[in-house]
Design a protein around this ligand. Structure first.
Ligand code: BG6
Length: 481
């Protein structure tokens, strides 16, 4: 199968930090279909060789395991080309169309790794010159909108040029191996399904914690905040994968229909429930990994009096027969105690304890990072004569060890899926709009609230109000156990 993969924003961070290394890994693993051309598109004048050198020089900043040797890079770079384009000039799209048509590849993937404010203009021009035929797919990177109205506007413009099945909205969390394994765990095994419901599950906790701060992205981050940056997309997508009903098939729309139903079943927020069930925080100076770090307000390009949230914890419910009354806690933040993303499914305790001194219940931990795996926490008898007869033990499945040569990174998987047209892991426009609809009352309530985010010390797990949110229901966050 021949393909052309075009990167708009070909010299941008996303392209050289994530996309090119992911493609290189795919090539290294022998997974990149042969017959591909990779075209970087950007504003400056440069030759193909200059572009290859530009990418090569930047790859030194990429994780060493993902860095090509000189020989590997030379082989990989042979399929790379560069094209200068001014995205505001209609003629430049005509030139691109000619470049694509001259070869007539089976598949053309147009990856918009640009600032999102350019999406409408680029999609419109692509449609105008006819770069939207049935073999063309367009990949859109987040952030897709700032609120419901702006997301709908982007979707309207995209839809004017591309059919829904041609528009691939990336949420790179869906490409993470743990998310694939969650689907396999739930729908490839019969074991958990009878337990996957309110009768057996006490609460579910989804945590995406980062130890990094906002780095040099202060201006972008300050316009965005943790709710838009992580909850509206990544955390809610994880929630849908946990809570969805078994789909009728592995077909992309069968899965996305079920995910949409979950989003539509989420308990809606109103002004007073935002105050009660959502905690927003902002980091102050502190210590991370033993190093002193600045507070958010002292980060570069962050306005001095910013009220932007760098932390969110919230409580919601999925209002349907399976989940009624089960709290789902979602939490994300920058400058937290460690880089840790996981989903913890806390089961109910035994109805009638016969072992003294045991208050713990079973839990299943789906670990997304730093490593990915599954832990099933059970209680086992530890020797005899002890006053506490049962001790917690865990059955650990480390996917890196179980399938050492099969590990595929998130962007690698999503790029390969974009090339082969497998849409399961891309977000449909109705899902994305529904997620915005659900977070909007939170944004509105915050815009009227004069108290602003609660401070937390960098290197901790967020403001104390986050623990109180969970404690109110008689639970604790997983790391507090
Ligand atoms: C991005 C956010 O979508 O995800 C970043 O914009 C965040 O702020 C990143 O750091 C986290 O991704 P990962 O894969 O490193 O957990």
């Amino acid at each position: 199968m021949s393909f052309d993969l075009v990167f708009f924003g070909g010299t941008g961070d996303l392209t050289w930090r994530k996309l090119i290394p992911a493609l290189f890994q795919a090539a290294r693993h022998g997974k990149l279909p042969p017959g591909g051309r990779l075209l970087g598109v950007a504003r400056d004048e440069r030759s193909d060789d200059e572009y290859r050198r530009f990418i090569r020089e930047r790859l030194v900043e990429v994780d060493s395991a993902k860095r090509p040797t000189d020989d590997e890079f030379a082989r990989f770079a042979a399929q790379m080309q560069y094209r200068r384009m001014d995205l505001s000039r209609p003629d430049d799209y005509v030139g691109l169309k000619q470049w694509v048509d001259a070869r007539g590849a089976d598949t053309v993937v147009l990856y918009l790794a640009t600032s999102p404010h350019l999406f409408p203009q680029v999609c419109e021009q692509l449609g105008r010159v006819g770069l939207n035929g049935p073999n063309v797919r367009v990949v859109l990177e987040k952030p897709l909108g700032h609120d419901l109205a702006s997301a709908q506007e982007i979707n309207r413009v995209v839809r004017a040029s591309f059919a829904e099945r041609q528009a691939l909205r990336i949420d790179h969390y869906l490409g993470k191996p743990a998310v694939q394994n969650l689907t396999a765990l739930r729908f490839g095994n019969a074991l958990f399904e009878p337990l996957w419901r309110r009768e057996s599950i006490a609460n579910i906790q989804i945590t995406i914690a980062e130890s990094i701060g906002v780095g040099t992205r202060g201006d972008f981050y300050d316009r965005t905040g943790a709710l838009r940056d992580m909850i509206q997309n990544h955390a809610l997508q994880l929630l849908t994968m946990i809570a969805m009903e078994p789909p009728a098939s592995a077909d992309a729309d069968a899965i996305r229909d079920e995910k949409l139903k979950v989003l539509k079943s989420l308990k809606p927020f109103a002004a007073e429930s935002v105050g009660r069930d959502v905690v927003r925080g902002q980091y102050k100076a502190g210590n991370v990994d033993g190093q002193p770090v600045a507070g958010y307000l002292d980060e570069v390009k962050v306005p001095a009096a910013s009220r932007c949230e760098t932390f969110v914890a919230l409580r919601t419910e999925v209002q349907n027969w399976r989940w009624a009354g089960v709290p789902f806690y979602l939490r994300t933040g920058k400058r937290l105690a460690s880089r840790d993303a996981n989903i913890v499914v806390n089961f109910r305790p035994v109805p009638h304890p016969i072992f003294p001194g045991t208050t713990r219940a079973n839990k299943l931990v789906i670990k997304l990072q730093p490593e990915d795996g599954l832990e099933l926490h059970l209680l086992a008898a530890k020797g005899t004569g002890s006053s506490e007869l049962l001790s917690p033990v865990s059955l650990d499945l480390d996917f890196d060890k179980a399938f050492p040569s099969e590990r595929v990174g998130a962007y690698e998987r999503l790029l390969l899926d974009a090339i082969t047209g497998r849409l399961n892991l891309f977000v449909r426009s109705d899902e994305q709009e529904q997620a915005w609809r659900w977070v909007e009352p939170i944004l509105e309530a915050w815009s009227r609230d004069t108290t602003g985010p609660r401070p937390y010390v960098a290197g901790t797990w967020g403001p104390p109000a986050s623990s109180a949110l969970v404690a109110r229901d008689g639970f604790v966050w997983d790391e507090e156990e």
